[in-house]
Design a protein around this ligand. Structure first.
Ligand code: GRF
Length: 193
């Protein structure tokens, strides 16, 4: 399957995915990495992996619709079939949702529907719950609300710190996202044959 990865920041999930792609654990070509933030470290990571890196900001457009139209043009030009969100800190609008129905996947650092939004790890930690986790889901028009594909629980221990919880969550993310993408790409390969 041919995919683009959208990210706004560090890009450690991109790193985990591209590493698995290179080991041929995921039957996926990464057409390009896109970031809405020009300074995002994920763009450096992409270049280090010889993956094309593209960046522009919604601020450069007069509306979100025009921003997404430009992004859609790019996705179509590269014949992208699947859009993988990996720390893309924006709500995806109708333009992309309509163009990629059930083909946009997101990772969220909590057990959805608990703790949606920008601060999933922090909110679970200060919410004093015993368990949180990682969710991989299709996106819809809501905030972290689309159909769930996979979840993994992470225990919050009595001596847990926010930092130790973040580390544990990211470790799970870096294992779970490549695994789920491998399954999706295998099913997709079977379906289009
Ligand atoms: C991850 O925790 C992901 O679940 C959330 O944003 C973070 C991105 O981290 N959506 P990175 O940029 O992949 O390191």
């Amino acid at each position: 399957m041919r995919a683009a990865i959208l990210a706004s920041g560090n890009g450690s999930n991109f790193e985990a995915i591209i590493t698995a792609v290179k080991k041929q654990e995921i039957a996926m070509e990464v057409a390009f990495v896109f970031s809405d933030k020009k300074e995002a470290f994920v763009l450096e990571r992409a270049k280090n992996h010889q993956v094309p890196a593209v960046s522009f900001s919604p601020n450069e457009f007069s509306s979100k619709e025009l921003y997404e139209t430009e992004l859609l043009r790019l996705l179509e030009k590269h014949q992208v079939e699947w859009v993988i969100l990996a720390g893309y800190m924006r709500i995806v609008g109708p333009c992309l949702l309509t163009a990629f129905p059930q083909r946009i996947i997101n990772i969220h650092p909590s057990l959805l529907p608990d703790f949606p939004g920008l601060h999933g790890i922090r909110d679970a930690f200060f919410g004093k719950v015993a368990q949180t986790g990682v969710t991989i889901h299709y996106i819809d028009a809501g905030i972290d609300t689309g159909p769930i594909i996979a979840q993994e629980v992470v225990e919050i221990l009595p001596n847990e710190t926010l930092e130790s919880l973040e580390t544990k969550i990211h470790q799970v993310e870096h294992r779970l996202y490549p695994k789920v993408l491998a399954e999706i790409s295998d099913n997709y390969k079977g379906a289009v044959k």
